[in-house]
Design a protein around this ligand. Structure first.
Ligand code: ATP
Length: 218
């Protein structure tokens, strides 16, 4: 379903969010106080306006309240990012997603009611470290401090094993959410489904259990 997004701040992060949403077929309003930055996304936004996003009346005149999501991607200017987020919540925007620069910024954003806080460099750094830690991990998503979802490549040992034979849940306390084979994705694997080597298993669990599964089960 088509949604209405406003992206404020068109640095590297904001402009890539803007372009991707536009390619996905959504309405995107791009906002920046720098005309040059705005021109860079003019072909990838439904509308674009030069505005200071810390100016309450300017935000109201854009009808910002009516957008489904507003993404605040003002990076280095932490004060502006905080002020803008506060104004958006006061105006009554339902979903405000904000890019945070550091822990301090993150904490303040939490306190003033940002609905989702993203830290692209921090999060990507963690994912890359996990790829480096184990070459079998294709992707890594942190759900909380203790729980995560990983994509693991099945080995020869797993070839022709069913999920029930692997006994992932009872032995390791992990859940196989999906099995990818080439471009096919089995999103509700049954216990009798057979794995072949090089399949990619999408597995959710406690970090320690996932480590154990990777070391002993695969
Ligand atoms: P990235 O790492 O994603 O490139 P960044 O951390 O370098 O981002 P900045 O350049 O600090 O991000 O800011 C992103 C954009 O936000 C810039 O294009 C800047 O012009 C815009 N911006 C900063 N302050 C405001 C403001 N008050 N109103 C509107 N846009 C703003």
């Amino acid at each position: 379903m088509k949604k209405q997004f406003a992206v404020i701040g068109l640095g590297r992060f904001g402009s890539s969010v803007c372009k991707e949403l536009y390619h996905l077929g959504h309405d995107v309003l791009a906002i920046d106080n720098d005309e040059v930055k705005l021109n860079g996304v003019s072909d990838y936004a439904t509308h674009h306006v030069i505005t200071n996003a810390t100016d309450e009346s300017a935000l109201k005149s854009l009808g910002i309240r009516n957008f489904d999501y507003v993404i605040v991607a003002i990076g280095d200017h932490i004060q502006s990012s905080i002020l803008c987020t506060m104004l958006l919540k006061e105006i009554g925007v339902k979903k405000v997603w904000v890019k945070a620069q550091n822990d301090y910024h993150h904490k303040v954003l939490e306190k003033i009611g940002a609905d989702r806080i993203v830290r692209p460099e921090h999060d990507m750094g963690i994912r890359v470290a996990h790829h480096l830690d184990s070459e079998r991990i294709i992707d890594y998503i942190e759900l909380s401090e203790d729980y995560s979802i990983v994509e693991l490549v099945a080995t020869e040992k797993n070839n022709k094993q069913t999920l029930i034979e692997m006994d992932v849940r009872a032995k390791f306390g992990c859940t196989v959410l999906a099995i990818k084979r080439g471009s096919d994705v089995n999103i509700s694997p049954s216990p009798m489904d057979e794995i072949v080597s090089e399949d990619i298993l999408v597995v959710m669990g406690h970090k320690n259990d996932l480590k154990r599964f990777e070391a002993e089960g695969m």
